[in-house]
Ligand binder design. Structure first.
Ligand code: HEM
Length: 406
């Protein structure tokens, strides 16, 4: 029998929602918990995560907070134990996203306000190979080394990704703890990287946010719901278990705010090729104006510097594009003081989604490593690549298709 706060057993198809009010119920459909009956609607519940065949999480307006967690599986965790882990994680994530407490939740009321909670589960090469020796696509491996890399082990790699994003940091903390309690018997946390964006509601919908350099960041980005996005992001060839899934690259990029402070406005705008105030290309007036890379000044120099970030990041090859979701990080610096002291440990958790990171992401990163004025103030210090399986099959768990193949 389930305990008082445990609610229904995991495999039940129709389950009562313990601890979230009378008369409410959830149905597990496609591995996702779906609200069944009328009742007070919790703020920001993912009503039917996965109904489009994809894991939730990719939206035009990413939640304000996200924690990126990588777990390394213990050596003794085999294929069957991975199956159990994924079943538990899928179940708990589905409940949490719908505003219901997972089984065994000792603070079940904390699940009541999901606030846009989106939990994405990803696999590193190590996990995939333990389930199916030949199941990993070639791209599921560390990216090639780039000359700008200053990678640290403590921010790189990992067997399992849990990406927990939410508009409410309290809900997020609870969801994160529930998932980490699930995984602790199977492995250990390799890294945990929290990031933030503007608070929900602080900017008009559709406004491109700024990063900690003060730049409008995210203008030229294929957005969910467009044909371009579907083609670039969802996997349509390769191992069958990944069809309808995607890949996620996380680069932790340190931004040196101390030396950026020393740069004047023209220098800052030249580095990116866009205006700081409006985000417009230096050849345009509005943020979304197309840049004119041929335009020249009276002195004959190109208006947009050929080694600006904008020029270098834009490939001539339409395939070399991806969807960016960046979160800022800004960690406390202890014991800093004195003129010129480094008082910030800041940067971007630069996330990129694409069907194939080797074909789409790596060439752009390579171009930027070869030349990009922004490199003066930035350095990648962490790097990881994960496969993001499609949504769980009906009644199943995320990644179940991989087990069918092994
Ligand atoms: C801390 C590091 C970085 C900062 C501060 C940064 C900032 C920016 C800014 C301000 C823009 C212009 C506005 C926009 O379209 O979003 C931009 C564009 C872009 N960035 Fe970055 N970026 C960084 C790293 C990277 C990396 C590592 C990549 C890929 C490997 C990348 C790829 C792109 C792309 C593809 C664009 C759009 C280019 C276009 O207009 O077609 N960025 N970035």
């Amino acid at each position: 029998m389930a305990g008082r706060h445990e609610g229904p057993r995991r495999r039940d198809v129709l389950v009562g929602a313990a601890g979230v009010g009378v008369g409410a119920a959830v149905v597990l459909a496609g591995g996702a918990a779906v609200r069944q009956q009328a009742g007070p609607e919790p703020f920001g519940a993912e009503r039917t995560p996965g109904e489009d065949g994809h894991q939730p999480g990719l939206r035009t307006d990413p939640p304000a907070h996200a924690v990126h967690i990588a777990v390394d599986l213990d050596e003794r965790v085999d294929r069957e134990r991975i199956r159990s882990l994924l079943r538990i994680l899928t179940d708990d994530a589905s409940r949490l996203m719908a505003g219901y407490a997972p089984i065994g939740d000792q603070e079940p009321q904390m699940a009541e306000v999901p606030a846009g909670l989106a939990i994405t589960i990803g696999f590193g090469r190590g996990l995939v190979r333990r389930v199916d020796e030949d199941g990993a696509p070639d791209w599921l491996a560390p990216l090639p080394a780039f000359s700008v890399d200053r990678l640290e082990e403590r921010w790189s790699g990992g067997d399992l990704l849990l990406l927990v994003a939410c508009d409410d940091p309290l809900t997020l903390a609870h969801a994160q703890r529930m998932l980490l309690k699930d995984v602790r018997a199977f492995g250990r946390i390799r890294w945990q990287q929290p990031g933030f964006r503007n608070a929900r509601g602080s900017l008009a919908p559709g406004t491109t946010q700024r990063n900690l350099f003060g730049q409008i960041d995210g203008t030229a980005n294929p957005l969910p719901g467009t044909e371009e996005f579907d083609e670039l992001v969802w996997i349509s060839e390769g191992p069958a278990w990944l069809l309808g899934g995607t890949s996620f690259v996380l680069r932790r990029i340190r931004m040196d705010l101390e030396t950026w402070d020393e740069v004047d406005l023209p220098g800052r705008e030249a580095a990116v090729g866009r205006r700081l105030d409006t985000g417009a290309p230096l050849t345009g007036a509005q943020e979304r104006d197309e840049p004119d890379f041929e335009a020249v000044t009276a002195q004959g120099f190109t208006v947009i510097n050929p080694v600006s970030h904008l020029r270098r990041a834009r490939s001539e090859d339409p395939r070399e594009r991806f969807h960016r979701v960046a979160y800022n990080y800004d960690h406390p610096v202890a014991d800093a003081g004195g003129a010129g002291a480094e008082v910030s440990d800041s940067g971007l958790l630069f996330g990129a989604y694409q069907a194939d990171p080797v074909a789409q992401f790596a060439p752009v990163q390579q171009r930027l490593a070869e030349a990009d004025l922004l490199n003066e103030w930035t350095a990648p210090v962490g790097s990881a690549v994960f496969a993001i399986p499609p949504a769980a099959p009906p009644g199943g768990f995320v990644g179940e298709q991989l087990f069918a193949e092994g």
